[in-house]
Design a protein around this ligand. Structure first.
Ligand code: ZN
Length: 277
């Protein structure tokens, strides 16, 4: 898939990294999948809000948490309805969190770019990737709200990663997937045993799932980005220590950010890194 190309002009040597791609999903279908991602994103908001409260994700229908106003069909249109309503409930005018349209948009963009960069030629692999990206969004939201990464999301994610590795054509292969999950999962499990305050078992299960899905070495890139983002953002929050900032910051959202970056740019970043030696 990847190829290094060296151009030599006398003493000057320029190294180009070419990523050969044969996109299996065209632009129009990718846009359609992206629009589908917006709608799924709207549902994920419901999951993030209701699951930790032990509420059904199906009943009752979407309503304003303040006044109970049942949302009409047009008020369910992702992103657009938020803009039309000016970010407020149509009935009681209570503010709607910016997180709702932001998560819808994020999920739409994730779907679009996942479709655009798909080279597996397998819709099952693409489907598994979309599930992976969306479950990560849900985990980031729930961890941010509750400091928990529920097993009901992390363990199936691990399972899908392993099954996709063994049965579907994309990277990583099954044994790499299993080895990476056991390797990084086992390593961080030991850390959690020795230093339980530093890392929860939810984080460990999520890291194992990232190992299964991303494989080695991309999972290391995800962990590196997560630690880097965690220390920069967490460190600056600590330094500023303004009122309203949270004392404890969950690690899950950083792991999700690292995983997304590794998923989309991991191949290019790893190749670039290796080419510098
Ligand atoms: Zn309302």
């Amino acid at each position: 898939m990847m190829r290094n190309l060296r151009l030599c002009f006398g003493p000057l040597q320029i190294k180009l990294i070419l990523i050969e791609r044969t996109n299996s999903v065209g632009l129009e279908l990718s846009l359609f999948i992206g629009a589908f991602g917006l709608i799924i994103g709207s549902f994920l908001n419901v999951v993030i809000y209701r699951m930790p409260r032990g509420e059904s994700v199906a009943y009752p229908g979407s309503h304003c948490p303040t006044c109970g106003h049942m949302l009409r069909a047009w008020e369910l249109i992702p992103v657009l309805s938020y803009l039309i309503l000016g970010g407020r409930c149509a009935k009681c005018r209570e503010k709607i969190s910016i997180r709702y349209p932001l998560f819808e948009l994020t999920n739409g963009l994730l779907y679009f770019f996942a479709a655009r960069q798909d080279t597996s030629g397998s819709f099952l692999q693409l489907g598994a990737n979309l599930v992976f990206l969306s479950v990560l969004l849900v985990l980031a939201g729930i961890d941010w709200d509750t400091y928990r990464l529920p097993d009901i999301f992390t363990l199936p994610l691990l399972g899908i990663g392993l099954v996709a590795g063994f049965l579907l054509p994309g990277d990583p292969s099954g044994w790499v997937s299993l080895g990476s999950a056991l390797g990084v999962g086992g390593f961080f499990w030991l850390i959690a045993l020795v230093y339980p305050k530093g890392m929860g078992l939810g984080d460990v299960k999520l890291i194992a799932a990232l190992g299964a899905f991303l494989g080695f070495p991309k999972v290391l890139l995800a962990l590196f980005i997560a630690s880097l983002a965690g220390s920069i953002i967490g460190g600056s929050m600590l330094l500023l220590k303004q009122k309203g900032f949270r004392e404890q910051i969950p690690f899950g959202p950083y792991l999700v950010l690292g995983a997304w970056i590794a998923f989309f740019w991991g191949d290019a970043l790893v190749t670039y890194y290796l080419s510098t030696f």
